[in-house]
Design a protein around this ligand. Structure first.
Ligand SMILES: [Mg+2]
Length: 430
């Protein structure tokens, strides 16, 4: 989360170009329809990467979050369900596997497969994926910075102020920054003694929750005020807060944020790895404050956004395309949110560079309730050396220009990427 330099790459995309002509070639030769012949998964760096292989030389790639190296067996579980299918009939393939997923992290494999299918479909049609999602309504997409920062030097308000000052000065020109506060940030909650009425618990995925003490709540608010003072009205500030707050604290905090015009308050009650949406509680919070309330990064499938949207429980939904079931799934949710007056800001910090490409195509085609997606980065840094097709620089003035190459338009420099494969994944690109 602390890497500080970024690069993009331009290069020839001969494999993609060859694939793009496949449709015309099929017409000429009367070749049979495309068939999926293999589904592979390799852990490259920290990201599970999936490859769908076909019988006619076209491959599609998808990716899951860099936090999920354990996902490989889960990806391979779906192999038998999709072998022999035509990958360009994306929905027909998804009907076979979509019901076999669940909330984060168990929707990740299905989501990565969906994205790889769109990559193939785009290459075969000779069009960028955004065309298959309905076409773009914007030529550049706004991103937000949720993790691209130098290390914090401490946990006091001045430390947070200095940190966002550096983020504000970054060459990417971010227009919106998200910071972790409250129970989403265990370091902040350990800054001073007795910030809440429970024993601190260790372990994955935000184990702490409870009623905050007066000093705890005041400390969190002081950190937010210090950051806002730096960012002013030039750069938006969103806050990733929980889960774990009790309703009373959440209301007090949200009301304190109102005069600061915080862009959104994320997952303060439940969220992240919480395996349910909790629409009623979020609706109560939303009705108690004018500060925008946000949730949804852990939620799988459109059906599980139904209550949040129809009950007007939040102001912003934030599904992650690599958890929700893919990019077409997310677009459906964004459209449904839009007709209910709800905004969308997709989660994506750990989605990697193939994930970044998926976000760009998706965001280009989302309706006007789109705010920004969370900018994913390559981890480790050598990820930028093994893919081609990203703009250089990737981000300009807080936006990414949408590219027009077929499929996702970003693929691997195979010889460079091979050197980072584990022994058991040696055949991944063959
Ligand atoms: Mg979050």
């Amino acid at each position: 989360m602390t890497t500080w330099t970024r690069r993009g790459f331009l290069g020839s995309l001969s494999a993609t170009a060859a694939a793009a002509s496949l449709a015309a070639q099929q017409k000429r030769t009367g070749q049979p329809k495309l068939k999926i012949t293999d589904l592979r998964c390799a852990i490259i760096g920290r990201n599970p990467v999936i490859r769908i292989v076909t019988d006619q030389g076209v491959s599609g790639y998808g990716q899951a979050e860099s936090t999920k190296a354990y996902l490989k067996p889960m990806v391979l579980f779906y192999k038998d369900y999709i072998l022999g299918e035509d990958p360009t009939d994306v929905e027909r393939v998804m009907l076979k596997i979509r019901r076999l997923g669940a909330f984060k992290p168990w929707g990740s494999a299905v989501s990565a497969i969906e994205i790889a299918l769109w990559d193939i479909a785009g290459q075969v049609a000779g069009v960028p994926v955004y065309k298959l999602l309905g076409g773009k309504i914007r030529d550049r997409v706004r991103i937000y910075n949720g993790g691209f920062r130098p290390p914090l030097t401490g946990q006091m308000p001045q430390d947070y102020a200095e940190n966002v000052q550096k983020m504000k000065e970054a060459k990417e020109g971010f227009t919106l920054i998200k910071m972790a506060v409250g129970f989403h940030n265990p370091a902040m909650m350990g800054a001073i003694p007795d910030m809440w009425y429970d024993e601190p618990r260790k372990g994955a995925s935000h184990p702490n929750r409870g009623l905050m003490t007066e000093r705890g709540l005041k400390h969190v608010i002081a950190c937010v005020e210090a950051m806002k003072k730096v960012l002013g009205d030039e750069v938006g500030l969103a806050l990733d807060c929980g889960p774990g707050w009790v309703m009373k604290d959440a209301v007090t905090f949200a009301r304190a944020c109102e005069p600061m015009h915080i862009t959104w308050i994320e997952d303060i009650l439940t969220g992240d790895y919480t395996p349910y949406p909790n629409a009623e509680l979020f609706r109560d919070l939303k009705q108690a404050t004018s500060a925008p309330i946000h949730t949804g990064e852990q939620i799988y499938l459109r059906q599980n956004f139904k209550d949040l949207i129809e009950k007007q429980a939040v102001d912003v939904v934030g599904p992650d395309p690599e958890d929700v079931g893919g990019i077409a799934e997310l677009k459906w949710i964004a459209e449904y949110a839009d007709i209910h007056g709800i905004l969308v800001a997709p989660h994506g910090i750990f989605d990697g560079l193939i994930g970044l490409a998926a976000h760009v195509h998706m965001a280009a085609a989302l309706p006007q309730n789109y705010i920004a997606f969370e900018y994913p980065f390559g981890q480790p840094e050598w990820w930028y050396d093994i893919v081609e097709g990203l703009p250089n620089p990737i981000v300009k003035k807080g936006f990414i220009d949408v590219w027009d190459r077929p499929g996702l338009g970003v693929t691997f420099k195979v010889s460079a990427a091979k050197s980072h494969l584990a022994e058991e994944d040696r055949q991944f690109f063959d």
